[in-house]
Design a protein. Sequence first.
Length: 274
Amino acid sequence: MNQPSQRLPIRMVEKPWGQPHLPAPFSTPDDKTIGEIWFEPPADLAALLVKYIFTSEALSVQVHPSDAQTLAAGQGRQGKAECWLVVAAEPGARIGIGFDRPLDAEAMRAAALDGSIERLLSWHDAAPGDFFSIPANTVHAIGGGIALIEVQQNSDITYRLYDYGRPRELHLDNGIAVARGAPYPAALHRRVAPGESATLLDGPHFRLDRVCGPVPDALHPHYGERPLLVIPLDGPVDVAGETVAAGTCARAARIGDIANAAAISCLLAQPIEL
């Protein structure tokens, strides 16, 4: 009897700032502008959401609340911390995170209303291998010409502060209430070299590792015998005997089920039980 596939179902999401022609290995539906590709998480890993994001224009300036804030508001644990690994970027591509100088709530609201908030953001050059951790309450905007992998708490609460005149709802009251008007900590950004294995994030909500070649034994105690997500980056990965290609995401029942070839890299992600 054939075993069920470990690959997660894919959902393509159209966005006004998306790309009409996606990079390989993805194919673009006719007359669609795809901004995101979501991988629907299994029930035992529902705390995490993995997606690819493709931009031809800048995304809105936005912010997400924390678990504590959504719990206090009666929304359940709906906070959203996220992180990004850039996989492709056009020359001059940038990502805005945090502010060049401290900003109080009144100044942030005024800047959101007159559009100057875009200029007040700290803009970071983006190139393949750049990794950014984005805690809840961090004001951010992804610029155009970028493809990245996002791993996040599985929440859909986003407060838009500024959207370049697009006809979409803004959420100034909610957004200003949770936004941190502060510079982005340099320690939350790093560059991952080609072929490098590294722990990219270790809490508080999830763990994320980039592995090149066979999974090191040293990682096994961190993941234990619990399920995790596998995101192949540049070639196929074997998950419990199933070949999982780049551009997909799969569930592994345990880290020991992952067999990675010598020159192939992948991401491993697992929620941390709070």
